[in-house]
Design a protein around this ligand. Structure first.
Ligand code: MEV
Length: 438
């Protein structure tokens, strides 16, 4: 039966846990122990986490690992990754080493423009609205000066504001479409603050505009919000090497592998079912670094997948070719990231990640994140087109299966030894463990 409660957020943390455990659990004491065992022993650190969100009961841990040996434009990085999927960090590390031996990753930030919009309804003459917009445009900049002053000192600010007529798609619908440079901050708060001021300026200026009739004076702002679609905030990551260096395994022929790899990418380019999984592999790397560096992975996911369908059909984010016996693999993706503001100075592990990356600028972080995505994609497609994905994946996952079945140290040792040379699957591991126990 559903239980409702009034004033839940006003309860203390202990009271919230008591209510939850007594309401939903057959064994409230055991449930309470599960929740409280994840509390941090440092009261200050726990308080910090409690205050990140509303109604915090406890912490939800993800493993935090690192992938060393990333050579990006000749500079070496150890990349922090927060992720629960067994094989991702190992795959990234392997790909980093492989490409380090072949000249490393090359990256370029193509542009860094962020976008925000004020969506509004205007009933009247479009010509008059355009004239009004052109007259009051300087006011938008003037009335946001108190917020833009600091951003301008850092070399950023509002780049431009356009009036866009969307009435073909929705009656009376127009937009202020604004572009921003937010330098090393992701800029969500800055952009939204500017947009909300644009909306106020728009409304009050319209009200006082002599050429407007009563209907036209009553502009109705629907909402003001940044866009997580940032097709002009793009980073490119690339690797290349002679085709004959593509294999580091004597059982795999370099040319055959390179050609199979290019075909695997072509399949992801034309087949959306494959493209989604292909891109998911890229996001394994991207999300892990985005999380570890305190950025908003939902925003990044939304923006990247929208970009993957920018030409009207969902497609692969990465591309590959062989030309003049050179294999090249590359990707261009939108990434609106920050290395200041948000969680970056609040979450101790985020600070740790950024220091490990030698306190990168947002542009540098864009390059690091894109490279991790490309490395992850390379590792996944290499496994898929050679050994198959399950070999590496299950090798890492085997520990999860053993822990799930409470294997002892000796049992783990025997099982790992046995499966070094045998096909791994969940049921085969469990069967073998049971056979040991008989
Ligand atoms: C699994 O998390 C990711 C892969 O499915 C990616 C891919 O298929 O390319 C292995």
């Amino acid at each position: 039966m559903t239980q409702n409660i009034k004033g839940f957020s006003k309860l203390s943390k202990e009271e919230k846990i008591d209510w939850i455990t007594n309401t939903y659990f057959s064994n409230p004491t055991e449930a309470k122990n599960i929740v409280t065992q994840y509390w941090n022993t440092s009261e200050n650190l726990q308080k910090l986490h409690d205050e990140f969100i509303e109604n915090t009961l406890t912490n939800f841990y993800l493993p935090y690992g690192v992938a060393p040996n990333f050579n990006i434009n000749g500079k070496s990085y150890t990349i922090p990754m927060a992720i629960e999927e067994s094989s991702v960090v190992a795959a990234a590390s392997k790909a980093a080493k492989f490409w380090d031996e072949r000249g490393g990753f090359k990256t370029t930030v193509i542009n860094t423009e962020k976008i925000g919009q004020v969506h509004f309804l205007f009933k009247g003459s479009t010509e008059k609205l355009t004239a009004f917009f052109n007259t009051i445009k300087p006011q938008f900049f003037k009335e946001t000066e108190s917020f833009t002053k600091n951003m301008q000192k850092r070399g950023g600010g509002i780049l431009d504001i356009e009036l866009r007529d969307k009435t073909n798609e929705l009656e009376n619908y127009f937009q202020l479409h604004a572009t921003f440079n937010t330098k090393d901050s992701m800029g969500a708060n800055f952009i939204n603050t500017c947009l909300e001021q644009f909306a106020k300026t728009l409304e009050h200026e319209a009200h006082d505009y002599a050429d407007f009739d009563d209907n036209e004076k009553n502009i109705q702002v629907i909402m003001s919000i940044l866009s997580n679609y940032v097709p002009n905030c793009i980073v490119r990551a690339e690797v290349s090497c002679p085709v004959n260096q593509m294999s580091d395994d004597k059982n795999i022929d370099s040319r055959e592998f390179a050609e199979k790899f290019v075909n695997a990418i072509k399949i992801a380019e034309i087949e959306p079912y494959r493209a989604v999984t292909h891109n998911k592999g890229i996001m394994n790397g991207i999300d892990a670094v985005v999380l570890a560096t305190g950025n908003d992975f939902r925003a990044i996911e939304a923006g990247i997948h929208a970009y993957a369908s920018k030409d009207g059909k969902y497609t692969s984010l990465s591309h590959a070719k062989i030309e003049n016996d050179i294999f090249t693999f590359w990707m261009e993706i939108p990434l609106a990231l920050g290395t200041i503001g948000g969680l970056t100075s609040l979450h101790p592990l985020v600070k740790f990640s950024l220091e490990m990356l030698e306190n990168p600028s947002a542009e540098e972080l864009m390059q690091i994140v894109a490279v991790t995505g490309l490395a992850q994609n390379f590792a996944a497609v290499r496994s898929l087109t050679t050994t198959g994905i399950q070999k590496g994946h299950m090798k890492m996952h085997i520990n999860n299966i053993l822990n799930q079945h409470h294997a002892t140290k000796e049992e783990k040792h025997l099982v790992l030894d046995y499966f070094k040379n045998n096909t791994i699957s969940h049921s085969l591991v469990v069967d073998y463990l049971e056979s040991l126990r008989k």
